[in-house]
Design a protein around this ligand. Structure first.
Ligand code: NDP
Length: 293
């Protein structure tokens, strides 16, 4: 392997320590700590794990964690009422509704009900639009974390060619907007893109978020490129076990990339750290303190 390994666990730990220190300063100044409310509907096992990890991380950072567990048959109206109460609760600075929601609930309507100032996932149309317009916003956590990892190994991004493979509203599109904000020349690829291999070979920065296991071959990587693998899939091995893999052939790509994230241990840990960062930023903006860059 010649590529530098981008250690997302270590970067996330550093960020979380910095956030915890900032939370202590905030609490000293205002007499209370920022609060994050997580709303979980139903008992999807994966969502349960995500919520538990978020609650632990929030408390470790010294913030208040509020958990709202609603039954799987909750009505949309009851869920919206819950969000209304959190919007007007001054002890809650960030609100996160764990996705996916059960069938029959309109996800867009639920997300849109969250006050944009408390939208720590950065999913509301207001925050999406503000990011697209290059204005101050709460940025979606995964792309924000990816940006930090990229800057950690490549501080100067102006003019570089960036390719984002995957065009979802929560990862691909905001990722492209953040790279554009850094003055990269950005291309977004998706499942209908022609000649993906050629486009990959031109990319100085390659971010892949498709959920298709190891779809990017090592030979597609431009020598020296920074490769960020957002995807995470569990695949079966020949010995009957399973393992987690990303969207990139890690071993092959490591031969030509300049730097690359592993899966797991790359992007994942940064997502939760950025959720905490957004909660602190939201709390600071709500008391009109400048948020850290
Ligand atoms: P979505 O399914 O919402 O979007 C996938 C995107 O990939 C779509 O734009 C789709 O194209 C594109 N795509 C699918 N197949 C191909 C292909 N063969 N070639 C090119 N593009 C393709 O996924 P998400 O954005 O929500 O997540 C992507 C991955 O990232 C998943 O593995 C997910 O688990 C992971 N993830 C990890 C996070 C973390 O914290 N580590 C956080 C969020 C996601 P089209 O638009 O044409 O359908």
């Amino acid at each position: 392997m010649s590529a530098q390994l981008i250690d997302g666990k270590a970067a996330a730990l550093r960020l979380r320590e910095q956030i915890a220190a900032d939370v202590r300063d905030f609490a000293d100044q205002f007499g209370y700590a920022p609060g994050l409310a997580v709303v979980l509907v139903g008992s999807d096992p994966a969502s349960e794990v995500y919520v538990r990890n978020k609650v632990i991380a929030t408390e470790e950072a010294g913030m208040h964690s509020f958990e709202f567990r609603l039954p799987v048959d909750v009505t949309e109206g009851e869920l919206l009422n819950c969000i209304d109460r959190l919007n007007s609760d001054p002890t809650v600075h960030g609100i996160l509704v764990q996705l996916p929601l059960p069938k029959g609930i309109d996800v867009s309507r639920v997300i849109e009900r969250i006050s944009p100032t408390k939208d720590v996932d950065g999913f509301t149309i207001t925050n999406t639009g503000r990011l697209a317009a290059g204005l101050e916003s709460l940025e979606p956590c995964t792309p924000a974390g990816v940006m930090m990892l990229i800057k950690g190994v490549r501080p100067e991004l102006v003019g570089l060619s960036a390719l984002v493979v995957g065009a979802s509203n929560i990862v691909g599109k905001p990722m492209a907007r953040l790279l554009l904000k850094e003055r990269c020349t950005v291309t977004i690829a998706h499942s209908k893109t022609i000649d993906l291999r050629e486009r990959c070979r031109e990319a100085d920065i390659l971010v892949v978020a498709t959920g298709v296991p190891e779809m990017i071959s090592g030979g597609w990587i431009k020598p020296g490129a920074t490769v960020i693998d957002v995807g995470i899939s569990r695949i079966s091995c020949e010995d009957g076990r399973t393992r987690l893999v990303g969207d990139v052939d890690f071993v092959g790509a490591s031969k030509s990339a300049g730097a690359i994230t592993p899966v797991p241990g790359g992007v994942g840990p940064m997502t939760i750290a950025c959720l905490l960062a957004n909660t602190l930023t939201a709390a600071k903006r709500q008391v009109q303190l400048p948020a850290a860059e």
